[in-house]
Ligand binder design. Structure first.
Ligand SMILES: [Zn+2]
Length: 423
């Protein structure tokens, strides 16, 4: 136990995690569809816990839960803590929920001890972050800030139901008209900062024996989801090497060259991860005895460094041109998607590091490879930061495993940082 005074809030959090799991159980795992029943149940439980802690509870017109511990001057920009309450189908109990529960625990702690700050402390339960339901990044946070395209309520359909965002929002009692009018329910100038605690979705903290990390930034991405190489189908035995136009070998050569460059960039201290998640010859034409004439592949390249992403994009096209000349193939990368990296606020990062040092919690700093709502806040110029909590088995699966001791360590770090931020 890091700080004995946090014990009642650790118990509150533990009970709330249990209740969340029970209310959205969908074996194996939990299912909390965006603007669906599991998310609704999670919001109701979080709101109930907030009311019991003495916080003011409301939902805005797009369904963002706001649980507020009022400050002495309610006109001052508020400190916000939060994350999302939806999950992937058959997901884990902690991705998203851990951030909301930690925000509630921190606010409950201050309420119980009569620690009213100068400004409001607001815990946000954000809607619809998991992209598997509606095909849009950070749907709920962008809806709250009025950043979605006005046609989104009609054009976005939920993957499981096929019904529109407008229908699902209305069914949950919220107003898609706000999005159609381009109106915001959250005002960036009303927020002093945003803090998002979240489970780590990779193995770094577990491997290093650390409970908590302070996030340096959220990686941006360059993606080619529908790339292809075109060569020529031909007989595997009859065509000599010089006459082959082998699409598979050309794609593999490109990916191997990218891997070698990645190792060099990483050795030079630059933040980068690269993945070719799809790599497939055409099942209508492929055979063990055929030189593959077409290969479809995807590239997902992420970095905290926007310049590096641009540099890699240029390098990819140069390397592809070289391979086209050498191998008689044609690369067609298809349309790219870009997401800008989000930089976490250095002042907040320092506050979290210093709080960790005071609490005796060992931390490291690391980039976030996955996207988070925090990127929406940072993109609007709101000083933003994230805490990662040690978690085994990755995320988006039923085996997410965050220990309550690590949650307690994270809560101690967050609570300590709040003392300064609330002034
Ligand atoms: Zn998440």
């Amino acid at each position: 136990m890091t700080d004995p005074s946090l014990a009642p809030e650790i118990a509150l959090a533990s009970d709330l995690f249990d209740a969340l799991r029970a209310a959205s159980l969908d074996a194996p795992g939990v299912t909390r569809a965006s603007y669906g029943p599991g998310e609704r149940a999670a919001h109701a439980l979080a709101a109930e816990a907030a009311r019991r802690a003495g916080l003011l509870v409301e939902w805005d017109a797009v369904g963002t839960l706001r649980a507020t511990l009022p400050g002495r001057d309610r006109g001052l920009p508020a400190v916000a803590i939060g994350s999302h309450l939806d999950s992937v189908p058959h997901g884990g109990n902690f991705d998203g929920a851990a951030g909301v529960v930690m925000g509630l625990a921190a606010a409950a702690h201050r309420a119980r001890r009569g620690m009213r700050g100068a400004r409001d402390l607001v815990v946000l339960g954000i809607r619809a972050e998991e992209m598997c339901w509606f095909p849009a990044h950070y749907l709920g946070s962008r809806a709250a800030f009025g950043l979605l395209p006005r046609e989104a309520p009609e054009t976005l359909r939920r993957a499981d139901s096929g019904r529109t965002l407008a229908e699902h929002m209305a069914e949950e009692g919220f107003d898609p008209g706000i999005i159609r009018q381009g109106r915001a329910t959250l005002d960036p100038t009303g927020l002093r900062c945003f803090l998002e605690p979240h489970i780590e979705q990779g193995p770094a903290l577990l491997a290093e024996g650390l409970p908590v990390a302070v996030v340096t930034g959220i990686r941006g991405s360059l993606r080619y989801p529908r790339a292809a190489v075109h060569g020529e189908n031909a007989h595997a035995g009859a065509v000599p090497r010089a006459h082959r136009r082998d699409a598979a070998l050309a794609a593999v050569a490109l990916i191997a060259a990218l891997d070698a460059r990645w190792a060099a960039w990483e050795a030079a201290g630059r933040d980068l991860v690269c993945t070719a998640g799809i790599l497939a010859t055409d099942p209508a034409h492929h055979a063990p005895t055929k030189i593959p004439g077409t290969l479809r592949f995807s590239l997902d390249i992420r970095s905290e460094d926007a310049e590096l992403l641009a540099e890699i994009d240029a390098w990819l096209h140069e390397e592809a041109a070289r391979l086209e000349a050498a191998r008689g193939v044609r690369f067609d990368f298809g349309p790219p998607t870009h997401a800008a990296p989000a930089v976490m606020d250095e002042g907040l990062r320092a506050a979290l590091r210093e709080s960790a040092a005071r609490a005796g919690v060992a931390v490291r700093e690391m980039a976030s490879g996955a996207g988070h709502d925090c990127a929406t806040f940072a993109g609007l110029g709101i000083p933003s930061a994230m805490l990662f909590l040690r978690n085994a088995n990755g995320s988006h699966n039923p085996d997410e495993a965050m220990a309550m001791e690590d949650f307690a360590a994270g809560l101690a770090v967050l609570s300590g940082a709040l003392d300064g931020l609330m002034a």
